[in-house]
Design a protein around this ligand. Sequence first.
Ligand code: PLP
Length: 412
Amino acid sequence: MTTNTGFTTQIVHADRHFGVEHGGLHKPIHTSVQYGFDKVEDLIGVFQGTLKGGYNYARQGTPTTAALESKLTQMEQGVGTVSFATGMAAITALFLTLLRAGDHLVSSRFVFGNTNSLLGTMEDLGIAVSKVDVRDAGLVAAALRPETRMVFVETVANPGTQIPDLEAIGQLCRDKGILFVVDNTILSPLLFRPKDVGAGLVIHALTKTISGHGNALGGAVIDTGLFDWTSYPNISAAYRKGDPKQWGLMQVRKKGLRDMGGTLSSQHAHLISTGAETLALRITHSSATAMALAEFLESHPAIAKVHYPMLASHPQHALAKKLFKAGSWLMSFELKDADSCLAVINRLKLPIAATGLADNRTLIIPVAHTIFWEAGAAVRAEMGIADGLIRLSVGLEDGADLVADFAQALAS
Ligand SMILES: *Cc1c(COP(=O)(O)O)cnc(C)c1O
């Protein structure tokens, strides 16, 4: 497939690159854990990395996970991908395989709640972490130390929709030779490619936008090919071999999958692959609905504030317009009467009170009472999470039905 075809064209034809098995149009679900060889030399070749495309034990991947990884590499226009059982497994493996005690990590202050908790675990392991307001690249520059190895941000923060100063941070990391890691879960490569602002690695919770449907967990680390691994001190001698563009992911795969074992199953890789075929259709629809809903809520007298990047009132609206094709399905809002937040949610008939993101159904959750409960009031204040903040993951329902439902729920 030529690379100048469209996003969806590439995804739906990607499996054919691998050779069609028995005429099947989908990559089959390969369930074998072990892979055998007629000649023991080939088995040795897989172990020693000289037999390309070989498999030995499914903890390091199967033909089905490889087919998904190839699609993800194509979507982010990278040079390789390692898939994981969940988004958190991908982020954990990335941190544990590429950072060492004594290193310093600069992270966005506005990150997914479990990622924020994981940063605490990294500190326990001797990795210093600075949490920075990444809307200002100057603050990122000020936080850098000689031992800073990585800058970590999310393209659009959940739930507050803060957007990092992506271009300036990318330039800063390039100038300093620091690895820039971008969690692009919310937007997906359809709306924004972190490679365009100089990211070296891209993270996805495949569970969300890429898979949709809410029926499979998965995660991925994708290498854009921009980072120079020869200058990265934490690559072990064993992985400083072959094409330097693959050194980082080789270490992430060997240590993160082979040794740590957070492997994506073939069954879930298959679900995510088929979900990804409709990514463009889903996110185009849900972004349009989210925009209509954001405008409706912003004009409603019961609403104090709506956080959505494509609203002119969003503090980084100009940046979002410049870099992103659309605003995605994620938004949050605050009621003027914070105490009415639970009653409003209960009056809604379509949005389901549930955690989770990018399901086909609209999901709604009061943030301070749930996902940021354990974090405590101080962390919530630092992350800009008001007590009455409500997060919405806009699904595939017809937009007019959602607007009508919010109108009735807010009218009482
Ligand atoms: C959900 C999410 C994760 C974690 O993904 P899981 O598959 O649920 O483990 C990480 N980052 C972001 C931005 C997310 O939304």
